[in-house]
Design a protein around this ligand. Structure first.
Ligand code: FMN
Length: 185
């Protein structure tokens, strides 16, 4: 059984909902999920996990400072000692954008993925065949858009969370597989 750590920041609840949907997906695949706010997650949480998901709201075109603080404070310590090499990694994000563009969601996700790659994690993409992809899919991970193009709020509905559940389930399966097979020499 894979232990999955899901670390997120959220001001208005959308990224939290996505984190919880990922956790449901993890559990549906037989894994256990520890969902933690970025400011509460620790190095010990990272070391105990077989797979790690980072989730952030898009803030000014990039990741939330609390997620970056977690990366700089705790992931860097793991990087120094190669503690997470060969585990599974995934990202997710929530945003709004003004107009019909992404408003920085790809940079947010790629920023987090860069850090996961530095740690030696095997990164999980979100494949377009998965349920929910049409509503909340991006190849880098699930994206929950919580506002309309004019920034009027709409929140996340269940169909948007489907991609997060699928990603969580796949992360649990990937983490379990990697746990039983050493990938890096
Ligand atoms: C300070 C701030 C900056 C934001 N900047 C962006 C942005 O650059 N691009 C974007 O798509 N959304 C932006 N948003 C909108 C949030 O990403 C969006 O509302 C998201 O759903 C919030 O997630 P949360 O409910 O988990 O806090 C911003 C929100 C705040 C509060």
């Amino acid at each position: 059984m894979a232990n999955i750590l899901i670390v997120f920041a959220s001001d208005y609840g959308s990224t939290r909902k996505m984190a919880e949907a990922l956790a449901e997906g993890v559990q549906s695949a037989g894994g256990t999920a520890l969902v933690k706010e970025a400011e509460a997650a620790t190095l010990d949480d990272l070391v105990a996990a077989d797979g790690i998901a980072l989730g952030s709201p898009v803030h000014m075109g990039g990741m939330d400072w609390r997620v970056k603080k977690f990366i700089d404070s705790h992931c860097s310590a793991a990087w120094m000692k190669n503690l997470l090499v060969g585990k599974a990694g995934a990202v997710f994000a929530s945003g709004s954008g003004f107009g019909n563009g992404g408003g920085g969601v790809e940079l947010t996700m790629l920023g987090m993925l860069t850090n996961l790659a530095e740690l030696g994690l095997v990164i999980l993409p979100l494949s377009k065949h998965l349920g929910g992809y049409a509503k909340a899919g991006l190849q880098w991970g699930p994206y929950g858009r919580a506002h309309n193009e004019d920034l009027s709020p709409k929140g996340l509905d269940d169909s948007q969370l489907e991609a997060a559940r699928a990603h969580g389930a796949n992360l649990a399966r990937l983490a379990e597989t990697l746990k039983n097979n050493k990938v890096f020499a």
